[in-house]
Design a protein around this ligand. Structure first.
Ligand code: SF4
Length: 62
């Protein structure tokens, strides 16, 4: 179970990757931005992919 303070903006939100939902704001991405970037970023497919690819490295803090 996640703690309330764990619900935070994604560390990639300020400097999004090219495939991030928040790289483009439109009617398709906005609901996903609210869902993932502002809340459950650990469930975001892009975030999961980065974590998987860099499992031996720390996710950078921007
Ligand atoms: S939640 Fe996903 S789409 Fe949003 S900034 Fe993080 S990695 Fe990118």
């Amino acid at each position: 179970m996640r703690k309330q303070q764990d619900r935070d903006n994604c560390p990639y939100f300020d400097k999004p990757m090219k495939d991030c939902y928040c790289a483009v704001f439109n009617s398709f991405t906005i609901p996903l931005i609210v869902r993932y970037c502002f809340n459950d970023y650990e469930e975001c497919p892009h975030y999961k992919q980065v974590v998987l690819m860099s499992s031996k490295q720390k996710v950078p803090k921007e």
